[in-house]
Design a protein around this ligand. Structure first.
Ligand code: F6R
Length: 366
């Protein structure tokens, strides 16, 4: 049942090239210059007339929501707010019938997310679900939606659900960008064809596994870790830190790299591993200077870089390469090494990777 892998989590990490393909199968028709998504097509006016999009979710799905905020604002120019479902539902939020609420949930059963949906519906918002489990409560409660089609996710730590959620949300943003006339045919075509290369680039990213095992062995006894990223890769830093804490029980924090000097930099010494996402596109030079700041305080730097990078290689203790892609698609690649890292560290620490203590796969109580 684990397909020859030691754990479901590892199997699910390796399933991502296929899972992402399954997500866009029948939707992404690059040769026809078309994205087909019934849930959007049938409700296009709702999206185009929306004052804003509110995204609600919990945990890893909330991180996918943060990535989506960058994608929707950058590509489709629609204002987005991302909220923890548990906070949103209890803070007397301003919601009107001009709002579109997107709920993201792997299980489709998360109690707080479900309650946030009910609240938004009562206030007249249009509610769209991005779920993995077909026929789940959230899928049934929403006005429309798009499934991720990632296949069953058994490992408690979410992996392929995250990358397929980002895939669905990217398809949505691209479709809306096109409908709004923001994208020229050629730019649209560039995005569609690049998206089609992502499964093979994820495959390529998985090839760092042996190197990541070696790096994991060096840092497996750490008590604290920092994860830094900027722009599209800031949510990836949060997700990397969450993966590490939940399965290896090492305390980890994710931060926007520039926030480091507002506090966390005080933590940095020779015992602090800092995982930095430093891909070529998007604030590269600024991340490089953040790396220099860490280095001058003797922090250990493990950098996720674009293939062929020279500059960060000079500064970092370890570099892990991912293929180059469009900036907005980088989270689909930079996430992969961080998943593998947390997996190997947890295994080396003797942790129960698929069933971490105190955690359940779906949180059906608030
Ligand atoms: C993290 C994890 C949790 C879930 C969260 C939301 O690896 O598994 O943080 O992401 O409980 O679950 P769903 O997406 O089912 O609503």
């Amino acid at each position: 049942e684990k397909g020859g892998y030691d754990h479901f989590m590892l199997k699910e990490i390796y399933e991502q090239p296929r899972a992402i393909k399954d997500t866009y199968r029948g939707r992404l028709l690059a040769d026809q210059g078309l994205i087909r998504m019934a849930g959007i097509d049938l409700n296009m006016e709702k999206f185009l007339n929306a004052n804003r999009i509110i995204i609600v979710a919990c945990g890893t799905s909330w991180h996918a929501g943060l990535v989506a905020e960058y994608i929707f604002e950058d590509l489709a120019r629609i204002p987005v707010e991302v909220e923890y479902a548990s906070e949103f539902r209890y803070r007397n939020p301003v919601i009107t019938d001009k709002d579109v609420l997107i709920a993201i949930s792997q299980s489709g059963e998360t109690a707080d997310t479900l309650a946030a949906i009910k609240l938004a519906k009562e206030k007249g918002a249009f509610v769209f679900g991005v779920c993995n489990v077909v026929g789940s409560s959230i899928a049934r409660e929403t006005n429309a939606g798009a499934y991720t089609h990632a296949g069953p996710e058994i490992g408690v730590a979410s992996t392929k659900a995250f990358t397929t959620q980002i895939t669905v949300l990217t398809l949505m943003a691209l479709k809306l960008a096109k409908a709004k006339g923001i994208f020229s045919e050629s730019k649209y075509h560039e995005y569609l064809t690049e998206l089609e290369t992502i499964p093979s680039k994820v495959e390529k990213s998985l090839e760092s596994n042996t190197l990541i095992e070696i790096i994991s062995d060096v840092y497996k006894d750490s008590t604290n870790c920092l994860y830094l990223g900027r722009g599209y890769n800031f949510p990836v830093a949060l997700e990397g830190a969450l993966k590490l804490k939940e399965i290896s029980y090492i305390h980890a924090e994710g931060y926007p790299a520039a926030e480091m000097k507002h506090g966390p930099i005080a933590l940095i010494d020779e015992h602090m591993p800092v995982f930095v996402i430093a891909t070529k596109k998007g604030h590269y030079e600024k991340v490089v200077s953040n790396i220099q700041e860490i280095k001058s305080r003797k922090g250990k730097i493990i950098a996720i870089v674009t293939e062929g990078d020279e500059q960060v290689k000079e500064l970092a203790d370890h570099v892990i390469e991912v293929p180059e892609t469009l900036e907005s698609l980088t989270p689909l690649l930079t996430t992969i090494p961080l998943q593998l890292l947390s997996y190997h560290i947890a295994v080396m620490r003797g942790c129960n990777v698929d069933q971490p203590r105190n955690l359940a796969k779906s949180v059906t109580v608030e």
